[in-house]
Design a binder for this molecule. Structure first.
Ligand code: NDP
Ligand code: AKG
Ligand code: MN
Length: 402
């Protein structure tokens, strides 16, 4: 069979631990035999980030702006423990935080629904799509230890020298403090992309924040959403029979648990981080969720929503068998290849992406799956496969379709 050609490179961001192992298996078994893969490769593994003082992360984000589409493997965000483990020069920021700060935009995360894996929330009948604001808040924060009594203030100095101050806390004893920000333009584009995505996919939008407690910061998000909705989307929503619903985040969480799904849940950055893991695992597994960052300029970065699966990696290093689910990482590749195909007018590439997704789902539906799914499937006597054999089983299905 002749390999599929690609005209424009895809920005490929490699990563860490178990997902780095899966990344290579996916390329070797599911992509390279069928596609003349044209990627611009960036090694975002922690060792190379350390070697380049994290410049590689910035270069990868800039390359995404150049080519328009990227696919990213999960990466370690170092904490104190990783400093020793990787002998790091410094405790680097999250690569995701850095990339999202450069690209801006909204991360859409939707469960991958497959027959035989039912949501553990009984009343969820349709997928819940999370729209996570990708810019700012704690992901671009500044924080410090306070080691003795003193005061912490928030100080704003305008370009012409005017100063605004407000007291954060008069510390009588040690503690911690943090400053964070967001941009009105970024919140506006977040709101627009949620409403546009709702019109495209014919789903309602729910948004929750905590404006009663955060009377300026969260209140700004609430106000921006309402203004953008009223001035730009109200009529289109009415015409499409759709609604926009705002409530306090805790009320939204309670309602989500009682709803039947089929809507877009717009979340501030941290809420979306946490709630996407809750929604994906309730729909089956952390590895059963797609994730794509859509920037206001129309750049796309596809990824898995889960992390590097550290515990499985340590088992792998000990030479023990792992059964790590590669579905979200496969769907990151298919999402990126389909988008590349769309942008380059390559139907062949987009069709390949569709087939690889179908092959992945039909492998699971035929009863072959990784342990995370086998534990919860309604399919009787599933075959539990190790990480590699699951990918090989998908290849077998794929070859039948090509
Ligand atoms: N997008 C990114 O780049 C992200 C990176 N991270 C980074 O990942 C590292 C590890 O984070 P951690 O908190 O362990 O989170 P992970 O999401 O990597 O894993 C948490 C647990 O979820 C289960 N799990 C997750 N993914 C899979 C999968 N594909 N197949 C099967 N089970 C899965 C495993 O449970 P069990 O052990 O019970 O089998 C695993 O131990 C950290 O260094 C963190 O910084 C974290 C989140 C996102
Ligand atoms: O970048 C990180 O450290 C975490 C990212 C994350 O959890 C996510 O994208 O959901
Ligand atoms: Mn997360």
């Amino acid at each position: 069979m002749k390999k599929i050609q690609m005209t424009t490179p895809l920005v490929e961001m490699d990563g860490d631990e178990m997902t780095r192992i899966l990344w290579k298996m996916i390329k070797d078994e599911l992509l390279l035999p069928f596609i003349d893969l044209n990627t611009e490769y960036y090694d975002l593994g922690l060792n190379y980030r350390n070697e380049t003082d994290d410049q590689v992360t910035i270069d990868a984000a800039e390359a995404t702006k150049k080519y328009g589409v990227a696919v990213k493997c999960a990466t370690i965000t170092p904490n104190h423990a990783r400093m020793d483990e990787y002998d790091l020069k410094k405790m680097y920021k999250s690569p995701n935080g850095t990339i999202r700060a450069i690209l801006d935009g909204t991360v859409f995360r939707a469960p991958i629904v497959v027959k035989g894996i039912e949501p553990c929330v009984r009343n969820w009948k349709k997928p819940i799509t999370l729209a996570r604001h990708a810019y700012g808040d704690i992901y671009k924060n500044t924080e410090m230890y306070i080691d003795r009594p003193g005061k912490v203030e928030l100080v704003y100095t305008s370009e012409d020298g005017e100063e605004k101050r407000s007291l954060v806390q008069e510390f009588k004893a040690p503690g911690v403090a943090m400053g964070m920000h967001n941009m009105t333009a970024s919140i506006e584009s977040f709101a627009r992309s949620c409403f546009n995505y709702a019109l495209d996919t014919k789903q309602d939008v729910w948004f929750g924040a905590k404006d009663t407690i955060s009377k300026t910061y969260d209140a700004k998000f609430k106000e921006v959403f309402q203004t953008i909705f009223d001035t730009e989307f109200k009529d289109k929503f009415e015409e499409a029979g759709l609604t926009y619903f705002y409530s306090l985040i805790d009320d939204i969480v309670a309602r989500v648990m009682k709803a039947e799904g089929g809507f877009i849940w717009a979340c501030k950055n941290y809420d979306g981080d946490v709630m996407s893991d809750m929604v994906s695992s309730a729909f089956g597994s952390l590895a059963m969720m797609t994730s794509v960052l859509v920037s206001p300029q129309g750049y796309y970065e596809y990824e898995a929503a889960h992390g590097t699966v550290q515990r499985h990696y340590y088992r792998h290093l000990e030479g023990k068998e792992t059964s790590t689910n590669s579905v979200a990482t496969i769907f990151a590749w298919t999402g990126a290849l389909r988008k590349r195909g769309e942008l380059d007018g390559s139907q062949e590439l987009s069709d390949f992406a569709d087939k690889l997704e179908k092959a992945t789902l039909s492998t699971i539906e035929s009863g072959k799956m990784t342990k995370d799914l086998a534990l919860i499937t309604s399919i009787e006597n599933p075959t539990v496969l190790n990480s590699r054999d699951f990918i090989l089983a998908i290849r077998e299905e794929l070859e039948k379709m090509l």
